[in-house]
Design a protein around this ligand. Structure first.
Ligand code: PGA
Length: 254
C-alpha cells in the first residue's frame, strides 16, 4: 500500500520563532484531531531544520525535509549543503527539482539526476517534482514535458532505488497563483505518471509509488483532490504556513 503524505513546503518564509510556533501548533492540533495514517513532512529553510527536528522527533507521523541540497558529498562548495550534513541534522526527505529551483536557479535534468541519486545513496527520501508551465499546457505539451522530466532525472535510477522516491506533480501555472488544477486535470496527469512508472518498473513499484499533487492546495479543495485514485497527498506551499489550514489539509487524508 502506498503512503499518504501531506508535505508543507515553507519556501523562504518565517523566522525561527514563527517556525517553532507553527510546528508546536500543528503537532498539538494533529495529536488532538487526527487519527489517520498520513505522514506529515515539513520543509523549513536550512537554518530551522535542526530546531524543528527537536520539536517533532518524538512524534512518529512527522518527518523533516530540506527544500534543496547540493549534489556533492563534501568539499569546497561555499554556501551549499550536502545530504550527509542534512541527515546529521535530522532530515529524512528532500524536495528536488521544484519548479522554482528549475526556473530561478537553472537546475537542469543532469543536475537533478545527480541530486536524486546522491540523496538516495545518503539515505534521504527525494520528493522529486515535475510540472508543466502554462504555455506548455496551452500548447498541449503537458505529457511530453512530464515524461521528459521523469525520463532524464529519475528513470535512469534502478528499480530498488526508484522505489524510495516520492513524486510530486506541480503544474507551474497552479503554484502560488490560487489556480488549482481541477481534480480531473490532476488525476489525468497522475494516472499518466503512474503508467510511465508501470511501463518502466512494473506493476508493484507503480502501485507503491506515492504521487503528491501540488499547486494552490488549500483546506477547501484538498478533499476533492485527494479522493482521486492516483493522488496520494499534497505538496503544499502557502497553506502550509497556517497551522489550522494545514491541519485541515492533513485531515483530508485517510
Ligand atoms: P502553493 O505552492 O501551495 O503555494 O501553490 C506549492 C509548491 O510550490 O510546492
Amino acid at each position: 500500500m502506498r503512503k499518504k503524505i501531506a508535505a508543507g513546503n515553507w519556501k523562504m518564509n518565517l523566522d525561527l520563532t514563527q517556525a517553532q510556533t507553527l510546528v508546536s501548533e500543528l503537532v498539538q492540533m494533529l495529536e488532538d484531531e487526527y487519527n489517520g495514517s498520513a505522514e506529515v513532512v515539513l520543509a523549513p529553510s536550512y537554518p530551522f531544520l535542526y530546531p524543528i527536528h527537536h520539536l517533532i522527533k518524538s512524534y512518529s507521523r512527522f518527518y523533516l525535509a530540506s527544500q534543496n541540497m547540493y549534489q556533492k558529498e563534501s568539499g569546497a562548495y561555499t554556501g551549499e549543503c550536502s545530504p550527509m550534513m542534512l541527515k546529521s541534522a535530522g532530515v529524512t526527505h528532500c524536495i528536488i527539482g521544484h519548479s522554482e529551483r528549475r526556473q530561478y536557479f537553472g537546475e537542469n535534468h543532469e543536475q537533478l539526476l545527480a541530486k536524486v541519486s546522491l540523496c538516495i545513496k545518503s539515505g534521504i527520501i527525494p520528493i522529486y517534482c515535475v510540472g508543466e508551465t502554462l504555455s506548455e499546457r496551452e500548447s498541449e505539451r503537458t505529457f511530453e514535458v512530464i515524461s521528459d522530466q521523469l525520463v532524464h532525472s529519475v528513470f535512469p535510477i534502478e528499480g530498488e532505488d526508484f522505489s524510495k522516491i516520492i513524486l510530486a506533480y506541480e503544474p507551474v501555472w497552479a503554484i502560488g497563483t490560487g489556480k488549482t488544477a481541477s481534480p480531473a486535470q490532476a488525476q489525468a496527469v497522475h494516472a499518466y505518471i503512474r503508467q510511465l512508472i508501470r511501463t518502466k518498473y512494473g506493476e508493484e513499484i507503480a502501485e507503491n509509488t506515492s504521487i503528491l499533487y501540488g499547486g494552490s492546495v488549500n483546506a477547501a479543495n484538498a478533499a476533492d483532490l485527494f479522493s482521486q485514485p492516483d493522488i496520494d497527498g499534497g505538496l503544499v506551499g502557502g497553506a502550509s504556513l497556517k497551522s489550522r489550514e494545514f491541519t485541515e489539509i492533513v485531515k483530508a487524508l485517510p
